[in-house]
Ligand binder design. Structure first.
Ligand SMILES: [Zn+2]
Length: 406
């Protein structure tokens, strides 16, 4: 689960190191002490240290880089990386001391100052000193307004504090710097943040502001599922059932794989407005369009069971089970349906046949970035704090599992 983070951190150290190295070179020429400055970076300890760093062997990296640093007390970049490694090891106090000492140096260039402050901000963040981290990243941006790494960290800190407006503004600055390839992803993150701002407005019962925010989220990213759900909730709270239903049904069109998130709402509304067949039609449509949609089958079976159609419900559940033998919800529904039908032997046998090779597990959602697992679909990963990174992991269907077992 944690394997990704140190590697990323190591690469970031390197990038920061290289960037600082460039700034440092200019400083070096200006100062005219060329030979001394090269000593640390040309020593084998420096290269060995970087190799250990890339191989994620932090203790050895610290050892070699400490030796390299001792050859040249002025080597800013080596000391900066050393500080970062202490932080990575959890020695935050030591990291802060190293970076603070570097800040005291006279004649730091503007960019060098920004880089050291960025490292210090990361130390504070790691140590849980939120206010000081915010201050450090803000100062980095004053010195270097296009520092994407500072912007990203600032955004994440604001998110952790639930300061959604500040997080949104920071993300917008980042979006402007993003290249065309990463723009859609950036828009999607902005949409999640708009959605959070909208939810704050809902809590204040400021429905017009909430609607504006949810609609803005959908404009930013047509697949912003939570914004549709919340916008429908607001319309329902305003007594506009028709519009609520229309908005939730749009989820089915824009994100059929996530449509199940609107099922409870749509089913309740269909029943309350006296047109339960509207929900039936919707589920049938989803099943027709995607034969693997086990959630639509589960929802439809539950809907049919409510009106006593237990045999039809059970057929749907068996079909759902073939698509996803591991979903606990399907098994529970099957047992309820079998109970309603008084456990006819032929149906119990069929169920037993379908489940013989199933492997059960409770947490099918997994973060694509850090492999964090969750029972429910989450929009923001509690481990790596990235947005919209969860996919549903499936083990092979029952018949394939047999082959694996043999
Ligand atoms: Zn994650």
């Amino acid at each position: 689960m944690n394997s990704y983070t140190p590697l990323l951190a190591a690469l970031v150290f390197l990038l920061i190191g290289l960037a600082a190295g460039k700034a440092w070179e200019r400083y070096k020429l200006r100062d005219g002490t060329w030979i001394d400055r090269r000593r640390a970076r040309e020593s084998p300890h420096y290269i060995l240290g970087l190799n250990f760093l890339v191989a994620n062997q932090i203790d050895q990296a610290i050892e070699e880089l400490t030796r390299a640093a001792s050859l040249d007390a002025d080597a800013l970049e080596v000391h900066m990386i050393l500080g970062n490694l202490y932080r990575e090891k959890g020695q935050v106090g030591k990291a802060i001391t190293v970076h603070q000492q570097l800040l005291q140096r006279p004649r730091l260039s503007r960019l060098e100052h920004a880089h050291v402050l960025l490292c210090l901000g990361l130390d504070y963040k790691r140590g849980g000193f939120v206010e000081r981290a915010l201050e450090a990243f803000t100062e980095v941006l004053r010195l270097d307004p296009k520092n994407e790494y500072a912007l990203l960290n600032l955004q994440k800190l604001h998110e952790e504090q639930h300061q959604w407006t500040e997080a949104y503004d920071t993300r917008r600055r980042l979006s402007k710097l993003a290249d065309t390839d990463s723009r859609p992803q950036s828009q999607a993150i902005l949409a999640f943040l708009e959605n959070e701002i909208g939810l704050e407005a809902v809590r204040r019962k400021d429905y017009s502001e909430a609607v504006r925010r949810f609609e803005a989220a959908i404009d930013l990213d047509a697949r912003a599922v939570p914004a549709y759900l919340n916008l429908g909730d607001v319309r329902l709270a305003q007594g506009n059932e028709r519009e609520a239903a229309a908005i939730w049904e749009r989820v089915v069109d824009v994100a059929p794989d996530r449509a199940y998130l609107a099922f409870d709402r749509l089913e309740a509304l269909a029943s309350r407005t006296g047109s339960p067949e509207r929900f039936t039609r919707l589920c049938r449509r989803l099943i027709d369009e995607n034969a693997q949609d086990w959630r639509a089958r589960l929802a439809l079976s539950r809907h049919l069971a409510l009106s006593g159609q237990h045999r039809e419900a059970l057929d749907l559940l068996f079909a759902a089970l073939v698509q996803n033998p591991h979903a606990l919800g399907i098994h529970q529904a099957i047992w309820r349906a079998l109970g309603q039908l008084h456990h006819p032997a032929s149906l119990v046998d069929r169920y037993s046949e379908l489940t013989r090779h199933a492997v059960f597990y409770l947490d099918p959602h997994v973060c694509m970035r850090c492999r964090y697992r969750s029972t429910e679909l989450l929009w923001q990963c509690p481990h790596c704090h990235d947005w919209n990174t969860f996919v549903e992991e499936r083990i092979a269907p029952a018949q394939d599992a047999t082959e694996v077992e043999v």
